[in-house]
Design a protein around this ligand. Structure first.
Ligand code: NAD
Ligand code: TYD
Length: 339
């Protein structure tokens, strides 16, 4: 079994690479990653020592390069994590989101058709459903919830989902799609809420909370996401969409206060800044389908997962400090100066 994992040098892709190498020692895992600002070879250092793992630097939207990878490695399955993934960046520069998230997904699926790949799995997001109102805690995203996007990021991910469904229907490409809620855990790039707040708190820097901090996200520990994708690959039904997440809703302010408390830092570090344009209010997943079909439910509660995550950031300071010392510094100034 050979699995091509695109975007495996990023947060979730890398966790998935480690999960698969450990659980299936006989599988070959090929990682194709363009190493954008979000890709980090330090994250894959241990995988690089495993003879079952091969890393290839390349862009999923580069047709020639992608076909070459398929020609050489003939993957049985493709799991597409490669994406531009940060909503704030999609607001300042939507173009690259269209190229990677939409065109790149199309190129990968063309390669799957050409080389007879037996599964293309698209890693999508609950953000394709738009948001839920704060005053309707009874509402959840199901797989039947209409696509209704808010940001250029979510619009590009929804476009990729629609393309994947079209390739399944028109070309009979064996596609599965998963739509997951917000992940957190080891190797999370410190531009996203949880790692950014941990890093800032540890450096006694202010914690920029957008608006009033009342927006709600449904947080999923990253290994739970990896296990769900593993199950979909081995037992899921081709042509189906599976929502992943559930039962871990927190307001941003709750999350930030929990981090400060765990690190023994004062709440005076919280700084309310101008809200994100088009900011989605609430995400919340109904995992009934994947629970009934594949027996999956989140196994790590937020209270447990956030403690493990904070510990990881304390134990792996060098990993995130190296990132903060690099390209990210310029980005931080651009996004937050004068906000
Ligand atoms: P990330 O930004 O940490 O990593 C993305 C990876 O893709 C990086 O290694 C980057 O170098 C690579 N990449 C970017 N453009 C590429 C290209 N053109 N060709 C090849 N590689 C390229 O993202 P993440 O948080 O790990 O998210 C992974 C996937 O999961 C994305 O598709 C995202 O939409 C989806 N997702 C993320 C979350 C979340 O909470 N982070 C939730 C649901 C779904
Ligand atoms: P983020 O981690 O960017 O994920 P997403 O936008 O895909 O849900 O943001 C999570 C939430 O945290 C979102 O409501 C925006 C908010 N947020 C802040 O309040 N401050 C920040 O500096 C960041 C990055 C996010």
């Amino acid at each position: 079994m050979t699995i091509l994992v695109t975007g495996g040098a990023g947060f979730i892709g890398a966790n998935f690479v480690y999960h698969m190498l450990e659980k299936y020692p006989s599988y070959k895992v090929i990682c194709l990653d363009a190493l954008t600002y979000a890709g980090n070879m330090e994250t894959l250092a241990t995988a690089m020592e495993n003879p079952q793992f091969i890393f290839i630097k390349g862009d999923i939207a580069d047709r020639e390069a992608v076909y070459k990878v398929f020609e050489s490695h003939k993957p049985d399955w493709v799991v597409n994590f490669a994406a531009e993934s940060h909503v704030d960046r999609s607001i300042t520069n939507p173009d690259i989101f269209l190229r990677t998230n939409v065109i790149g997904t199309g190129v990968l699926m063309d390669a799957c058709r050409k080389y007879g790949t037996s599964r293309f799995h698209q890693v999508s997001t609950d953000e394709v459903y738009g948001d839920l109102p704060l005053d309707r805690p009874d509402l959840f995203f199901t797989e039947e919830t209409p696509i209704h996007t808010s940001s250029p990021y979510s619009a590009s991910k929804a476009s990729a989902d629609l393309l994947a469904q079209a390739y399944h229907r028109t070309f009979k490409l064996p596609v599965t799609i998963s739509r997951c809620s917000n992940n957190y855990g080891p190797y999370h790039f410190p531009e996203k809420l949880i790692p950014l707040m941990i890093a800032n708190a540890l450096n006694d820097k202010s914690l920029p909370v957008y608006g009033k901090g009342e927006n709600i996200r449904d947080w999923l520990y990253v290994l739970d996401h990896c296990v769900a994708i593993d199950l979909i690959l081995h037992k899921g039904k081709v042509g189906e969409v599976y929502n992943i997440g559930g039962h871990n809703e927190r307001t941003n302010l709750d999350v930030v206060k929990t981090i400060l408390k765990e690190l023994n830092k004062p709440e005076s570090l919280i700084n309310y800044v101008t809200d994100r344009p088009g900011h989605d209010m609430r995400y919340a997943i109904d995992p009934t389908k994947i629970n009934n079909a594949l027996g999956w439910l989140p196994s790590t509660s937020f209270d447990e997962g956030i403690k493990k995550t904070i510990k990881w950031y304390l134990d792996n300071r060098k990993w995130w400090e190296n990132i903060l010392a690099g390209e990210y510094q310029g980005y931080y100034e651009k996004m937050y100066a004068g906000r």
